[in-house]
Design a protein around this ligand. Structure first.
Ligand code: T1G
Length: 699
């Protein structure tokens, strides 16, 4: 039919007496000023056209509108505002139906909520992810969603930011129907059916009766879990308003909260995290390098790590050959992997057929020769150089010429391992995090001799597993464990200088870390740190302060953490409890070392940890282990429970100001002495008014 193009990204087409408004603004049809203006004009034109009975709003490309254009945040607002567009839609005298494919998120879902009918593809999802960007919905999401789904479900959806799939959204009352065939044709049919009838305007609906106790319970959980993050707490406030005020007042209050939050440091940090998560996958020196083909992957070792890696590979549709060293270990390995799937089945994450199909692609073998046909092999054996070298020597001979050989080592020198293979160009590190089938981060380690296409293959594989690959060079502990090892020393010193484990954990959990360092140590096992201390002992600088005495003492008592029922805490029925025995150990270590126990200052500890992280990050940047500060931030956010709303240690250092971080580092140096000198790059950038964010690796 007739076609007009009122505004670039928004066009209209007539399907008989129905106007089809089409948004086409790649990649995700975000609501840029041009899209908002186009929508407003198209709705007004269709409303004024006597030949038009109804309107369908649909999108081209891979998705329905994915929300406001995040790149416009923090800039002066451009007319028309989204609220103006939505009220034009909602108040339109003719029915407007949203035809949703892909994801209708944030402002995109708010557009749909202001329509009079909503229909979605089976595979579509809708959601209000604003809290993840440090804001709340700003165009009616907190007021209209409770009117359709009820306040409790709305609160869950908005405070978590999690999208809901079409079928569930329909059950919640958020959609009129799920399309069984052609989405647009069914949307047009629905729009025609609504024509001439009283229109159901979401904003005019009464909020349905609801269970106040249930609402308060969800609200309390959200507030309890926020740990310093503002947006979920403010989302509770906005949704609660929907239950107590009229729509106009609610919309105005929602807008005020949105405006307040959008300029906050937390929102800036989360926007940075959003874009960095995408940017980190673009590795400048690998641009244009094609990865090698990978269909069959070998895994050496079926321990906790190997099994988790195998599951992750199987989930992504790959064929997997796991090799173990004895018949008993082969059996145990199979059981471990099958056990992970049994759990996934129980929790409903997969069904029986899915489990069987995955296991049908798995071989667990005692024969190292079975790795010969693999396109890539991941070694997840015991963390000891001798063991790794022996394995890579054999692997170099057995694996086919095109294969990429990866080690999952967390600390050891990838270059030394690579040399042992006799074909170092094929060797990379693929450092997964435990549990490997769940944690998103993978450090892709580029050795001195790694071929670019071997590294690109590691990156591509990690992406295929749905993980976040961060490419880095070789150094002790790579990015994440190196930074962890540094700031963990500060917390060890704190114990010797007057603090107790629970106080340190509380201080850092208060800062927003998912779990305090001593609770983490208990979870991971104190033997890991002990092995590292032992390995580094011969090269330890005798002039540098040693902080490992408390940990050594605990290990000597067999207190290896949760698995032995005791570590920095004791565990009763799986619950962590302060252990007076540990208090006594900590106090006696201070006395033995002659360190006076001072009252613990949590704020000072947090400042010290923050500065120590940024300082080590500065060294990592200067050594060109990663090209950009954002690489470091993404490692900390996705592998170490660093609070996303702080952006990462490098982003936060820039925000706080490098002169402040430098002053904190000088204080640390004065307190802890040799080895704690401020990094040269920190001194340089603080002096020149530069920032980590604008520092890029050259060469
Ligand atoms: N604004 C600007 N750019 C965006 C964008 C957005 N909303 N969403 C994605 N992009 C860019 C992204 O940076 C990338 O760019 C490219 O699009 C493809 O994205 C008023 C306040 C939709 C599920 O939070 O969740 O609405 O890297 O790689 O894996 O209340 O993008 O290619 O240059 O992620 O297919 C709420 C955010 C906004 C949705 C698609 N909306 N986006 O995933 O592709 S706040 C969101 C996503 C709001 C209202 C408010 C995902 C996706 P580049 P991609 P994908």
């Amino acid at each position: 039919m007739s076609s007009a193009a009122p505004h670039g990204p928004v066009t209209t087409r007539r399907e008989g007496d129905v106007t089809l408004i089409l948004v086409d603004s790649p990649p995700v049809n975000a609501l840029s000023q041009a899209v908002r203006a186009g929508l407003l004009e198209a709705v007004k034109a269709a409303a004024a056209d006597a030949g038009v009975k109804a309107i369908v709003l649909a999108c081209e490309g891979r998705t329905f509108i994915a929300g406001a254009d995040i790149r416009e945040f923090g800039k002066p607002p451009l007319a028309p505002g989204l609220s103006e567009v939505l009220s034009a839609i909602e108040s339109c005298a003719k029915p407007v139906v949203a035809a949703i494919h892909g994801t209708a998120l944030g402002g995109g879902f708010e557009v749909a909520l202001s329509c009079h009918g909503r229909i979605a593809d089976k595979g579509a999802a809708v959601g209000l992810p604003e809290v993840k960007l440090g804001i709340i919905p700003g165009a009616g999401g907190t007021q209209r969603t409770p009117r359709l789904a009820g306040p409790v479900a709305a609160l869950e959806m908005i405070s978590s930011g999690k999208p809901v799939k079409a079928a569930q959204a329909k059950a919640m009352g958020l959609l009129d129907s799920v399309a069984s065939g052609d989405l647009r044709a069914e949307a047009i049919t629905l729009a025609r059916a609504l024509s001439g009838k009283p229109l159901r305007r979401t904003g005019e609906l009464a909020v349905p009766a609801f269970d106040h106790a249930a609402f308060n319970k969800v609200a309390a959980t959200v507030i309890g879990k926020a740990r310093g993050q503002l947006s979920p707490v403010r989302a509770v406030e906005a949704v609660r308003l929907a239950t107590t005020t009229a729509i106009g007042e609610g919309l105005a209050a929602e807008r005020a909260i949105f405006t307040e939050l959008v300029g906050s440091d937390q929102a800036k940090a989360l926007r940075y995290a959003f874009f960095s998560e995408r940017e980190v996958q673009r590795v400048p020196h690998l641009e244009g390098v094609s990865p090698r083909k990978v269909e069959t992957v070998g895994v050496i070792g079926a321990g906790t790590m190997g099994a988790g890696i195998a599951v992750s590979l199987l989930d992504a549709g790959l064929r997997v050959t796991v090799v173990e060293t004895s018949t008993a270990a082969v059996g145990a390995g199979w059981d471990r992997i099958a056990g992970l799937y049994a759990r996934a089945l129980k929790s409903g994450r997969i069904d029986e057929a899915g489990k069987d199909e995955r296991l049908s692609r798995l071989t667990v073998s005692e024969d190292f020769g079975d790795l010969a046909g693999c396109d890539l092999v991941i070694e997840a054996a015991f963390e000891e150089m001798g063991v790794k070298k022996e394995i890579f020597g054999r692997l170099g001979a057995v694996a086919q010429a095109v294969a990429v050989l990866a080690t999952n080592t967390s600390y050891l020198d990838v270059n030394e391992i690579a040399q042992a293979s006799g074909r170092p160009a094929d060797v990379i590190g693929l450092h997964f995090f435990s549990p490997a089938n769940i944690m998103r981060l993978v450090e892709v380690v580029e050795g001195a001799a790694s071929a670019p296409d071997a590294v690109a293959t590691g990156v591509a594989l990690a992406r295929r597993l749905g993980k976040l690959p961060v490419t880095c060079g070789v150094c002790d502990g790579f990015v994440g464990n190196r930074i962890l090892a540094t700031w963990r020393q500060i917390t060890d010193f704190a114990l010797e200088d007057g603090a107790l484990p629970a106080e340190v954990d509380a201080a850092l959990e208060g800062y927003g870390m998912a779990m305090g360092p001593f609770a983490v140590a208990d979870l991971a096992g104190l033997d890991i740190g002990a092995a590292r201390r032992k390995r580094l002992a011969p090269t330890r600088d005798p002039k540098a302060r040693y902080g490992g005495t408390v940990a050594d003492r605990l290990c000597a008592l067999g207190r290896f953490g949760q698995k032995t029922g005791a570590g920095y805490y004791r565990y009763v029925d799986g619950k962590r409890q302060v252990d007076p025995e540990v208090t006594a150990i900590v106090q006696s270590v201070s006395a033995e070392l002659g360190r006076p126990r001072e009252p613990f200052d949590p704020d000072r500890l947090v400042r010290q940890v923050r500065a120590a992280m940024a300082n080590e990050g500065a060294k990592i940047l200067a050594e060109k282990i990663v090209p950009r500060a954002l690489d470091i931030d993404m490692v900390l956010l996705h592998g170490y429970g660093f609070p996303a709303w702080r952006g990462g240690p490098m982003f936060e250092a820039d925000l706080v100001g490098l002169p402040t971080i430098l002053a904190d580092m000088r204080e640390i140096h004065a307190a802890f002495g040799h080895g704690w000198e401020p990094a040269e790059l920190l001194v340089e950038l603080a002096g020149s008014g530069g920032s980590f964010g604008s520092h890029q690796r050259s060469g």
